[in-house]
Each structure stands twice: as structure tokens, then as C-alpha cells.
Design a protein around this ligand. Sequence first.
Ligand code: ADP
Ligand code: MG
Length: 225
Amino acid sequence: MTPALVQIENLRKEFGNVRALDGVSFSVEAGEWIAIMGPSGSGKTTLINILGGLDTPTSGKALVGGTDVARLDESGLAKFRAQKIGFIFQQFHLVPYLTAVENVMLAQYFHSTTNEPEARQALERVGLADRIEHLPGQLSGGEQQRVAVARALIYHPTLILADEPTGNLDEANEKIVLRLLGELHSEGHTILMVTHAPSIGQLADRRIDLAHGRIAHIVEPVRRG
Ligand code: ADP
Ligand code: MG
């Protein structure tokens, strides 16, 4: 048996006297699409941030591909994020003074070397062929998120971490972003997606519900056929 791609073991995170994560354990197989749900403040973002090495746990472990993320040094962490992780945030987090194509090329730069034709192709794939030279400020929220998706998928990350990726989008752009996530999933990417919307959670293979920093329940996939 191959080990799980993501292994979370008794993960705890305290901010002062706030227990953001209070003993969370689960694992994710390569290729799974997981929805993480739960009310505001239940620890969803903290979990995603620890997995991506943006934050460190108080105790417990988060392993991605066998790597204990918290044990990486600064350069190891930068390499891990560039090679393994694709981030999609609710607030997009594009660099405001770089054009769409330059934002994607920045991710390429951190991965290895820039390749403008590939960056353009990634933007074409998300339906932004005519927005390649636009700055984030000249793009709608939906368009900015599609740039962020292009940036996240540019080097086929092992694990896509999406924190409320459609939280700031209108319905039309929500559909586009969800279709893109569905495509990435069918291409074999592993996705951990935080969402508030049960209708979006249903798209995933498995749903993990958090409450007060603990797993409230896990909804297993409905087997078809
Ligand atoms: P969610 O994403 O589910 O809304 P978070 O993971 O952002 O929840 O937060 C979980 C809890 O941890 C909340 O009570 C929040 O206020 C607290 N928290 C998160 N980040 C910090 C921080 N950097 N400093 C202090 N408290 C934090
Ligand atoms: Mg959050």
C-alpha cells in the first residue's frame, strides 16, 4: 500500500488561549478531492496554512508526501511550496504591480525558470487570453481568481490548497473556478478545498466538517454504480 499523500496526526494549534486546532487527525490519498467545511472560526484556514507551511503547529504533525512540513528549514520550505503546493486564496493575493502573465511567471521563477509561452497558455486555459497584460487592479474579482488558479496550476503541484476559492466571486465566476478545480481533480491533482457552501462541498470526494478545532464528522463519498 502506498502511504497517504497527506497525513495529519493529532494536530494542535494555539494562538494564546485560543485553540484553533484541538487534535485533528486524518489522511488524504493522492488524487482525492477533499472539502473542509465548518463555521467561521472552526480552524479551516489554520489547517490549510499549516499544511502549506505558512504556519506551524503547536503540536502534532502534518506530513505531505512523507515530509514533515514543520521540520523544513527556510530554504527547504520555500522549495517545498514552490515544487509541491498550489495555493488559491479567497483574497487572490496577486502581486498588484505585476501583470497577469507576470504573476504566473513569478510562480514559475520560484519553481525553476520562467517560461512566458507556458504562462500565457495557463492564462488561456482559464479563459483569460484577452487579459494577459492586465494588472490585477484592472481585473474583476473573478478574473483575478482565475489568474490565481493559473498561477497555482503552472507546474502541476502535488497538492492544491484552496481556502474559500469562490468566497468572493459572483455565480458565473464561481462556476468557472469550480469547473477548473474539477478538471484539475480529474487530471489527478489532490485538492483540499475550504468552503462554506454545502453545494460546493458536495462536489468533493469526501467532506471533513470541523467545529471548534476538531473533526465533527467526515462524510464519505456516495459510491455510484
Ligand atoms: P476559519 O478559517 O475556520 O474561519 P481560522 O483557522 O481562521 O478559522 O481561525 C480559528 C481560530 O483561531 C479563530 O478563533 C481565530 O480567531 C483564531 N486565529 C486564527 N489565526 C489567528 C492568529 N494569527 N492570531 C490569533 N488568533 C488567530
Ligand atoms: Mg478561514
